[in-house]
Write a protein that binds this ligand. Structure first.
Ligand code: DAH
Length: 344
């Protein structure tokens, strides 16, 4: 449709049309602070619309009602537009308007690292069972990391742990078990404690990382026995891997526990039938445990005749790998976005 009016109409029709366009362009450039000024310019007593109304007198008799209607409509339209603009304009901007009903721009939210999630799940379970959380330093003394835990000088376990020794004489702890020593040295039984944290071993491949996480747990008091440990770990495994999981305690050796056991769960991949993950055995080891060795209790000045306790230790990466079916431990530490978003 052609916007200009036929020349046989008075020019005021065309002027009204031009005024509308001028108004749109003024409005587009106006900042919110300019709106009152714009109102005066168009709708004020000496404004542009008013001056068009003054032209009514010059219009022909037939034109008059048409023109009157047109100008009234124009006036209403302009004042309504100005009013809504006043409500929606952002002060200090010259954006024409914005739609407040549109959803805002979305930002991708971050995710908890799978290790954080699993660690939290482990801690929550034990806290619900009455354990408190304790922490120890990553840099430990040789005494706390080995000697006090009954791992004597020249014991092969010291080599097995591939220890990072520091020039200062300390070492990077190879397990979280030394937190047992720290807690028991500084408190009185009964103890029911878990100790999550980073540990370090000079080892790196698909299943080993030079830094990884462990959770140590122990309970010391009067009359604590292996049955308590078994019951607790059974509940724990079911909580983490599901109700149908089965548990097996396999005799083993650790210098700081006697008797010692390694705890296996029925393979979470093949459900015990036998597969590559469980080397066709149907079982997967998830932690080490046992009754705290009398020498360890003795080293923290507790009478082994009077007190007994159990302890256990597990690798958090290992639990997370089994839970989520992750084949390479290094994925946890590469911060690959594609890997991490899968745990949303
Ligand atoms: N400290 C052991 C390790 O790093 C794990 C462990 C095994 C902890 C048996 C315990 C335990 O408390 O009773 O391999």
């Amino acid at each position: 449709m052609n916007n200009s009016y036929p020349t046989n109409l008075s020019p005021v029709f065309q002027q009204a049309e031009d005024l509308k366009k001028q108004f749109s362009s003024d409005l587009a450039q106006a900042a919110s602070d300019d709106l009152p000024q714009l109102k005066i310019k168009y709708l004020g007593r000496n404004g542009l619309i008013t001056s068009l109304f003054n032209e009514l007198g010059n219009a022909t008799r037939e034109e008059k009602p048409k023109l009157g209607k047109l100008l009234n409509e124009l006036k209403n339209e302009l004042s309504q537009t100005l009013e809504t603009m006043q409500k929606t304009k952002v002060p200090g901007t010259n954006t024409a308007s914005y739609d407040v009903t549109l959803p805002g721009r979305t930002h991708e939210t971050g995710t908890l690292h799978p290790l954080t999630t699993v660690l939290q799940e482990i801690c929550v379970f034990f806290e619900n069972m009455g354990f408190t959380v304790a922490e120890g330093p990553d840099i430990e003394s040789e005494y706390n990391n080995f000697t006090a835990l009954n791992i004597l000088n020249n014991h092969p376990a010291r080599d097995m742990h591939d220890t990072f020794y520091l020039d200062s004489g300390g070492l990077l702890r190879t397990h979280t078990s030394p937190v047992q020593i720290r807690v028991m040295q500084n408190g009185k039984p009964p103890f029911r404690v878990i100790a999550p944290g980073k540990v370090y071993r000079c080892d790196s491949d698909l299943r080993h990382s030079p830094m990884f996480h462990q959770v140590e747990g122990f309970c010391v008091g009067e009359g604590i026995h292996f049955g308590h440990l078994k019951y607790l770990l059974k509940l724990f495994a079911k909580k983490i891997f599901g109700e149908s999981v089965k548990l097996r305690f396999r005799p083993s050796f650790f210098p700081f526990t006697e008797p010692s056991a390694e705890v296996d769960i029925s393979c979470v991949i093949c459900r015990g039938k036998g597969c590559r993950t469980c080397s066709n055995s149907g079982w997967i080891e998830i932690l080490g445990a046992g009754m705290i060795h009398p020498n360890v209790l003795h080293n923290v000045r507790l009478d082994p005749e009077h007190f007994s306790g159990y302890a256990f230790g597990m690798g958090v990466e290992r639990i997370a790998m089994l839970k989520y079916g992750i084949g390479d431990i290094r994925l946890f530490f590469e911060n690959n976005h594609d890997f991490l978003v899968q745990f949303k």
